[in-house]
Design a protein around this ligand. Structure first.
Ligand code: TYD
Length: 217
């Protein structure tokens, strides 16, 4: 089973991913936790170019193809092999990030984005996508605090430094995507305590596993 976590900066995706991973492990599963960009060696080399606030003059199209290069390699090297080996894969960001950020955020053509996402992944879509939804000002506050604590304001701050309008477009974009595909997306109120977010994720995973005839216990 393939599960992705999506949302604006500071929406708590990584925490939800980690807590869900621990819970699944506690029930005898061996989930693979990964992320984009940076879930494979190529992506780890691309991450500083994409996220460092000191990167200057990167065009929207160059940015797009760097994310896509990471994704193509990540699917081939990490995600597909793990799914084939029977793991539950929990991925922090995936194709919907491209639609939300490069599409709704930067204004690139969504149909083109869908086609190249498809090329990069060979058509592999998540079974379940959690959209951790949160007002932009809350998310940016949380992300700013985290970056200051971790000393990553510059090294990871290129998107955080975008305008409020940019982040509002991304959030609206995510909500539109979720409404377009209600069978895949689960919208979660990310203002709740992390444990409650995790419990909601868990019950959606349990339901999806039941549908496939594989309970969690
Ligand atoms: P990351 O440090 O993973 O941010 P967060 O902790 O908020 O998840 O950085 C990923 C950044 O890259 C994030 O701002 C969104 C952006 N991004 C895109 O614009 N397009 C993409 O396809 C992906 C995967 C990420």
């Amino acid at each position: 089973m393939f599960i992705s976590f999506e949302g604006i900066e500071g929406s708590g995706k990584s925490t939800a991913q980690r807590l869900l991973g621990e819970h699944l492990q506690g029930r005898g599963h061996d989930p693979l936790l990964t992320r984009e960009p940076g879930g494979c060696a190529l992506g780890r080399s691309l991450r500083p170019i994409l996220l460092d606030a000191r990167t200057r003059g990167l065009s929207s199209r160059a940015e797009l193809y760097l994310f896509l290069a990471d994704r193509a390699q990540h699917v081939a090297e990490v995600i597909r092999p793990a799914l084939e080996a029977g793991h539950i894969v929990l991925c922090d960001r995936y194709t919907d990030s491209t639609l939300a950020y490069q599409g709704y955020g930067r204004g690139l053509d969504p149909e083109h984005l869908r086609r190249i996402n498809d090329m990069a992944t060979g058509g592999l879509l998540p079974d379940v996508t959690f959209l951790l939804d949160l007002p932009v000002h809350c998310g940016l506050e949380r992300a700013g605090l985290r970056n200051r604590e971790e000393g990553t304001v510059l090294s990871e701050g290129r998107f955080d430094a975008e305008s409020l309008e940019f982040h509002e477009r991304v959030r609206r974009g995510y909500r539109t995507l979720a409404l377009e595909e209600p069978d895949r997306f689960v919208i979660i109120d990310a203002a709740q305590p992390p444990e409650d977010v995790m419990l909601q994720c868990l019950s959606a995973v349990e339901a999806a596993l039941r549908q496939r005839g594989r309970g969690l216990d």
